[in-house]
Design a protein around this ligand. Structure first.
Ligand SMILES: [Fe+2]
Ligand SMILES: [Fe+2]
Length: 628
């Protein structure tokens, strides 16, 4: 029996291996094709009908995730250093009322104080379990209670006050913040009750389900039976909690909602919902990778073909992050494709394999779309009609890399109508490392991206007559950047001497943090000294044409030496909050503009045309490079 089983397992393994190769096949009849992508920017990001109902219920449930937390207010702040000012009594002269978050300029030390009255409830619910004060901000925070130092925190943390301050008792709460970088900040101070905070887990579970329901409404052409009723009933359960301050009743309501929403799991087994993508990555002359994310684990298949969808590349393994590499394609050729998971397909789209060496082409470059899809998507609407062959992001794709939801919301969703038919490449930024230290992997980046690199997040690719070099300035522990002694620097030296580099007519570098920057907001910044010292000499020696960066949230253009030297373009205006202050006037940088924008480069033989385009479609800068 055991031998037979092993034979069966071997046969199954063979079948799977066979499935992983391209086969001739058309999409099965039972596949449901999701509704086409539409620009929600044009409708003010509102959703209609049942999706809107789901969003409303989502908001109601969401508020119960925070019932265990209440902000501590009444803060006063001064640029004083003597901690005697944190003793009980009237606030001394020099202390001004401030709201949190409170940031200040260059003072390395700042004192903040408030008279805190211990309540017996949080948001109307009786305090239960451990009670603490959660501090969040920058630098070293020494926490004082009635003038006595009780804890030292770095960047934030919790102070356990269970049983130490009685309800009704007033204490003077003091914080001394030491921050040498000129960016001091007290973000928030929050009273937290552990038992109430424990509601966050079931609330999050329900929110995930309601979000899935919203996407089912948005994506499926036919309304799934019973789903709307379940969502409306969930909303009624939450409405019935109005005025209720009994935690047991809230728990019971959340349990009832979980039961109501249970059928969503059966639905997503068939229709797993496209949470991100499909997106095109790692394009080559004979290959491309189609990536997408489903909200439930499902197999992956991409049906494709030049005329009809007559071939398939598939993988039966149930996953949520799908990466299907299609190989054996013809150069500079357009294919139709359909990405399928279980019984659900994304809208049919097209891709084009990489062009022959001398075919004219164009590419978009943008950076710092982070945090503001409502600004980024309208900008993407400006990119689409220009029909680029490639899209390149120079980092800060998301506000915080450890925030899972940000990757779909801030990057893949606003870009979906562009990168579902135009391949993209990324040079990673520091915000993708938000929550992770330099030198560590960025798990969501690994899940969503299909880079040509098999090490680190730095790599080089050829497209047409051009060479594109992508850096990762967070690659090494301690964030030294691209400096001698690191593997990335040694790789760069090899790259610059490689046949691929030498064979290209145009050479571009993409590094998130710029060598030169004139502008910033809220403190001094003038670019990266390590790039100026270590990479700029190579940029000049090896004739790089344009170095693209972001990090500074504006548009800046420089050329150095002039004329004929490399261009330094900062194109950090895809959505993040704009910088507003000129701190430096590098002779290397000749222009700046505080506008949301992207860059568009067109190459035709020996001629390169550059345009920076703002959110209204105006060309705000332009230049040409012509090779002799
Ligand atoms: Fe940024
Ligand atoms: Fe940045």
């Amino acid at each position: 029996m055991r031998i037979k089983k092993n034979i069966a397992a071997a046969l199954l393994a063979l079948t799977m291996a066979y499935c992983a190769a391209a086969q001739a096949a058309a999409p099965p009849d039972n596949i449901v094709r999701m509704n086409p992508f539409v620009s929600t920017a044009k409708t003010g990001f509102s959703v209609n009908g049942d999706a809107a109902t789901a969003r409303t219920v989502y908001g109601k449930v969401q508020s119960y995730g925070n019932i265990g937390a209440a902000p501590v207010g009444g803060w006063m702040a001064a640029a004083a250093t003597d901690i005697k000012f944190l003793k009980p009594g009237a606030a001394p002269d020099g202390f001004d009322s401030v709201d949190l978050p409170h940031s200040w300029g260059k003072d390395p030390i700042r004192l903040l104080r408030t008279d805190f009255i211990m309540p017996d409830n949080v948001n109307g619910f009786a305090l239960a379990g451990n009670v603490s004060l959660a501090f969040s901000g920058s630098g070293t925070m020494d926490v004082y209670v009635n003038g006595k130092k009780v804890k030292s925190l770095t960047g934030g943390g919790d102070l356990d006050i269970t049983g130490r301050i009685k309800p009704g008792e007033t204490v003077t709460l003091g914080v001394k913040i030491t921050e040498m970088t000129g960016r001091g900040k007290l973000q928030s101070v929050t009273l937290r009750s552990a038992d109430l905070d424990a509601l966050r887990a079931p609330v999050d579970e329900i929110l995930t389900k309601i979000e899935t329901a919203r996407l089912l409404f948005e994506q499926l052409p036919r309304k799934p039976k019973g789903l709307l009723d379940a969502v409306i009933s969930a909303g009624r359960e939450i409405d019935a909690l109005k005025g209720v301050t009994d935690i047991a009743r809230v728990r019971a309501a959340l349990d009832a909602i979980k039961t109501l929403l249970a059928p969503i799991d059966e639905l997503t087994a068939r229709y797993p919902v496209f949470n991100a993508g499909p997106a095109l990555q790692n394009v080559k002359q004979d290959a491309i990778t189609v990536t997408w994310e489903t909200r439930a684990p499902a197999p992956s298949a991409v049906y494709y073909g030049k005329g009809a969808l007559d071939s398939v590349m598939s993988d039966p393994a149930p996953v949520t992050f799908h990466k299907v590499a299609i190989t054996g394609l013809d150069t500079e050729t357009e294919y139709k494709y359909l990405a399928v998971s279980a019984e659900m397909a994304a809208p049919e789209s097209t891709f084009k394999t990489a062009i022959r060496r001398d075919t004219p082409f164009s590419f978009m470059v943008f950076a710092d779309d982070q945090s503001n899809p409502q600004i980024f998507e309208p900008l993407v609407d400006r990119m689409i009609p220009l029909k680029p062959d490639l899209v390149i992001s120079v980092g800060d794709e998301v506000g915080t890399g450890s925030d899972y939801a940000a990757w779909a919301r801030e990057f893949f969703y606003p870009l979906r109508r562009l990168i579902s038919h135009t391949p993209f490449f990324v040079a990673i930024g520091n915000h993708e490392y938000g929550g992770y230290a330099c030198g560590k992997p960025v798990p969501w980046f690994d899940n969503y991206m299909a880079l040509p690199a098999n090490h680190g997040y730095y790599y080089a690719v050829t497209y047409g007559n051009s060479r594109f070099i992508m850096f990762n300035q967070q690659e090494d522990p301690g964030c030294p950047g691209i400096v001698p002694g690191t593997e990335q620097y040694e790789w760069l030296l090899r790259e610059l001497e490689s046949p691929e580099y030498k064979a290209a007519d145009f050479h571009f570098m993409f590094m998130h943090k710029p060598p030169y920057s004139n502008c910033w907001a809220g403190g001094y910044y003038d670019g990266e000294a390590s790039v100026r010292a270590n990479v700029v000499p190579l940029i000049e020696k090896y004739g790089v044409d344009i170095v693209f960066s972001g990090h500074t949230h504006d548009y800046e253009r420089g050329q150095w030496p002039r004329p004929g030297g490399p261009y330094y373009i900062i194109t950090g205006g895809a959505g993040g909050h704009l910088d507003d202050t000129v701190y430096k006037e590098w002779p290397q940088m000749q222009l700046h503009a505080f506008v949301h924008h992207f860059s568009h480069v067109t190459i035709n033989g020996n001629k390169l045309s550059f345009e920076a385009v703002d959110a209204d479609g105006n060309i705000i800068d332009t230049f040409e490079i012509v090779k002799e």
